[in-house]
Design a protein around this ligand. Structure first.
Ligand code: BDR
Ligand code: CA
Length: 316
């Protein structure tokens, strides 16, 4: 059983990651830290709270994270992909304003201290809240066992610019800081999560056997996401589940991912390469070892992914 704190910017693929974490009996979800990204911070937190309510898991805390990147700039949101409220066609019946002025890292630090050396952080949004936690209390953050982040794109194009992936581009200063400083760090990048596709046929199957309110929102939100993706990448076979893939990686499912180890930098200066994730993949360059090394996923087995998704999302 993995004790996980999920840092999310609760849009659609984040929601599927939350649902997966709630359904998978291998996961004990200890908290969701919800920050800005796909939508604003308050909607992101509200959406996380709504999912927990649907699951009857209101006792899992939603901690309101960052509202903007470390540069202080106004964030860009993505309503065309995640909907105005962040959950496609769904407007949760909870006012987003309830999270205003509620950033609360002390609650996060308390949970980490209560579960020292047992917690896995899975960060599937901008790295801002995670970097802030490290700035505020490195001694507490050192009690975290390991960290997984979904972000970056190695040797392949980005999704917000030619070179940059959304989570790294959204706060490259925070991404660079985490890439260089978080111990026991694993990155699941876009070039791998692009293969974590759920097709409309699978969505229909999940819906046909859905028995709970939590399972019943999978189809409406993924249908919306699929339509959006058809505009972005016409003909794509399904929707990429970037964030659920990172949660799966944290569970160490045998042979699901292959990895290499490299030092990682993220370009944080303004310019054409802003948000670019950099690691030395030149032929002949060996894997790194020791402090500063980051494990980077390089491949995903789509068959193992498919079986695990179905098994967990249709679970009663
Ligand atoms: C990542 O960016 C976010 O918009 C998605 O939820 C995912 O975490 C993909 O680049
Ligand atoms: Ca996300």
């Amino acid at each position: 059983m993995k004790k996980i704190i999920l840092f999310a910017d609760t849009g659609i693929d984040d929601a599927i990651a939350v649902i997966y974490a709630l359904k998978n009996p291998e996961v004990e979800l200890k908290a969701v830290v919800a920050g800005y990204g796909n939508t604003d911070r308050d909607r992101s937190a509200r959406n996380a709270e709504y999912l927990l309510e649907l699951a009857g898991q209101e006792s899992i805390p939603v901690i309101a994270g960052s509202t903007r990147p470390l540069s202080g700039e106004q964030p860009e949101y993505f309503p065309e992909i995640h909907g105005e409220e962040g959950l496609g066609p769904i407007t949760p019946p909870i006012p987003a304003e309830r999270f205003m002025n509620r950033t609360n890292f002390s609650q996060l630090f308390r949970i980490i201290k209560e579960n020292q050396n047992e917690l896995t952080i899975v960060n599937v949004g901008r790295c801002t809240s995670l970097a802030m936690a490290w700035f505020l209390s490195p001694s507490v953050m050192e009690l975290v066992k390991e960290t997984y982040i979904m972000g970056g794109s190695f040797l392949e194009p980005g999704n917000v610019t030619e070179v940059a992936e959304a989570n790294f581009f959204g706060d490259p200063i925070a991404a660079n800081f985490i890439g260089q400083n978080a111990p026991n760090l694993t990155i699941i990048p876009l070039n791998v999560t692009r293969k974590a596709l759920i097709t409309p046929r699978v969505v229909d199957f999940i819906d046909s056997v859905a028995t709970t309110p939590l399972q019943q929102i999978i189809k409406p939100i993924l249908d919306f996401y699929y339509e959006a993706y058809q505009e972005l990448e016409p003909g794509i076979a399904g929707t990429p589940q970037h964030d659920m893939a990172a949660v799966m990686a944290s569970l160490g499912i045998p042979e699901l991912f292959s990895y290499t180890s490299k030092q990682v930098k993220v370009e944080y200066k303004e310019g054409y390469a802003e948000g670019l994730s950099i690691a030395d993949f030149r032929p002949g360059v060996p894997e790194c070892t020791g402090a500063g090394c980051v494990r980077i996923a390089t491949e995903m087995d789509e068959g193992i992914f498919f079986v695990d998704v179905l098994r967990n999302l249709i679970r009663n």
